[in-house]
Ligand binder design. Structure first.
Ligand code: CA
Length: 226
């Protein structure tokens, strides 16, 4: 197992390193948030132990940037006792577990082991609506046991609709958001891709459809038909 330790209190960082080495884990130690992010992005770690209060970039920023970069390495955050707000914030940004200092080595190790087992189960970003799940990293759309890969424009349109469920998007606003203002694309490009998406929903056996509100636009809805 390979563990990255990001901790600016040098004594604590060394202690953490020793605890890992005693378990025959490989441990790299860095002492600020920027270095922590650089090392973490290499993707070679099974678990990252990350302090919250760090020079250059705090632990919340580090975990947020990691997840934005589609890095799903499990993160155990460390912080001072009683900082409950930190806990909520950290988990919001994509940390997987949390420990308050001071802690006993056995508990730290137990949590590191638990997190390393979860590697691979830690989900990268997805969007869900009813029985559909869209994986933002792979463009795969899942429903039940079936899945299908979306083309880039299909993906962009569906991501827009799924990010704002219940909202009705006029064709013009989809055009501008997906194709941009400089493009020569027209309303019927949107119609074409919406029809591709509907076919893929149908193939998946999904209960979701893209509804048309006449003269207004498109939105996601659950149909009773399928
Ligand atoms: Ca610190």
């Amino acid at each position: 197992m390979r563990v990255l330790i990001v901790e600016d209190e040098i004594r604590l960082a060394d202690t953490l390193g020793q605890i890992m080495v005693e378990q025959k884990y490989q441990a790299d130690i860095v002492n600020d948030g920027e270095a922590g992010l650089d090392y973490a992005l290499s993707g070679q770690y099974d678990v990252i132990v990350l302090d919250v209060m760090l020079p250059k970039m705090n632990g919340f920023e580090v975990v947020k940037k990691l997840r934005q970069n589609k890095n799903a390495t499990p993160v155990l955050m460390l912080t001072a006792r009683d900082e409950i707000r930190d806990k909520i914030e950290g988990l919001d940004f994509g940390a997987d577990d949390y420990m308050t200092k001071p802690f006993v080595p056995e508990e730290l190790l137990a949590r590191v082991r638990a997190l390393s087992r979860r590697q691979g189960e830690v989900l990268l970003e997805t969007l869900s609506f009813s029985d559909l799940t869209l994986h933002l990293d792979t463009y795969m759309l899942h429903s039940g046991l079936k899945s299908v890969r979306l083309g880039f424009k299909e993906f962009e349109i569906l991501k827009l609709l799924m990010s704002n469920p219940g909202m009705i998007f006029p064709k013009e606003s989809i055009l501008i958001k997906i194709w941009g203002t400089e493009s020569n694309a027209e309303d019927n490009n949107v119609e074409a891709y919406v029809s591709f998406l509907r076919k893929k929903f149908h193939y998946l056996g999904s209960h979701v459809t893209i509804g048309t509100v006449r003269k207004v636009g498109y939105h996601l809805e659950e149909s009773d038909a399928s």
